[in-house]
Design a protein around this ligand. Structure first.
Ligand code: NAI
Length: 261
């Protein structure tokens, strides 16, 4: 438990499913005030709100499409109106759809970039405005991926969005460090969430992914949530511009494990 998170206001984009939902519930356990953003499925968001409250926190739900500037502004303003301030912004919403790069339409490229990178920029910008205007030593956490460093054929738009997020986070961290505003990434490996549901339902594909993870198992959303509360707490007060990989060692060149090379 991180006592300084008690009463803190946290916005989580894509907070009604997968990693976002696990973070919402964990911040609830820390007695934070959680703004659960959802995209389309209101019922899922209501269920997560109830789980946050049961865990000991407070929660509201807010619909927003992170690709739309006015929606992101409204999301942050609603958080400030309902809970009087904003302390932690978690830009977690994301999507992927594999397509051979030579067949990738401009529309699909833009959709992934707008959701994963531009959405995180808009969330960061709106949070920064509030932090600066109110002299808050706020905290931004962007949900990146191991694919901010590992190339991923047929996911060129996804990899480009997460690679862009790496330098966006590092740049914002540098720019706002004098104000003690911290900006970090979490880089999950393969996690058990809806984004992977189809892939992991196939035992062959699941085993294939597991073989690329030195620790030998697919990560649990709670393991990412544990990293998020640490990054949001004062326990990580000197950490900024960093990507915290939560990946069971996936970024550590698993093909070299047997001492080859
Ligand atoms: P998920 O599919 O459960 O979560 C994605 C969330 O983003 C959903 O709640 C979805 O509704 C929301 N979303 C999509 N487009 C949106 C939009 N335009 N506006 C608002 N919300 C939108 O999957 P998961 O795994 O929880 O993904 C969360 C983040 O973690 C994503 O950024 C993903 O790229 C990242 N990630 C996930 C990994 C995994 O293995 N599950 C690995 C590395 C990164």
């Amino acid at each position: 438990m991180y006592e300084d998170l008690n009463g803190k206001v946290v916005v989580i984009t894509g907070g009604s499913t997968g990693l976002g939902a696990a973070m919402a519930v964990r911040f609830g356990k820390e007695k934070a005030k959680v703004v659960v953003n959802y995209y389309k499925n209101e019922q899922e968001a209501i269920e997560i709100k109830e789980k946050v409250e049961k865990a000991g926190g407070q929660a509201i739900i807010v619909q927003a499409d992170v690709t739309k500037e006015e929606d992101v502004i409204n999301l942050v303003q609603t958080a400030i109106k309902e809970f009087a301030t904003l302390d932690i912004m978690i830009n977690n919403a994301g999507m992927e759809n594999p397509v051979p790069s030579h067949e990738l339409s401009l529309e699909d490229w833009r959709k992934v970039m707008d959701t994963n990178l531009t959405g995180a920029f808009l969330g960061s910008r709106e949070a920064l405005k509030h932090f600066i205007e109110n002299d808050i030593q706020g905290n931004i956490i962007n949900m990146s991926s191991v694919h901010e460093m590992i190339p991923w054929p047929t996911f060129v738009h996804y990899a480009a969005s997460k690679g862009g997020m790496k330098l966006m986070t590092e740049t914002l961290a540098l720019e706002y460090a004098p104000k003690k505003i911290r900006v970090n990434n979490i880089g999950p490996g393969a996690m058990n969430t809806p984004i992977n549901a189809e892939k992991f339902a196939d035992p062959k594909q699941r085993a294939d992914v597991e073989s690329m993870i030195p620790m030998g198992y697919i990560g649990k959303p709670e393991e990412v949530a544990a990293a998020a509360v640490w990054l949001a707490s004062t326990e990580s007060s000197y950490v900024t511009g960093h990507t915290l990989f939560v990946d069971g060692g996936m970024t550590k060149y698993p093909s070299f494990m047997a001492g080859r090379g």
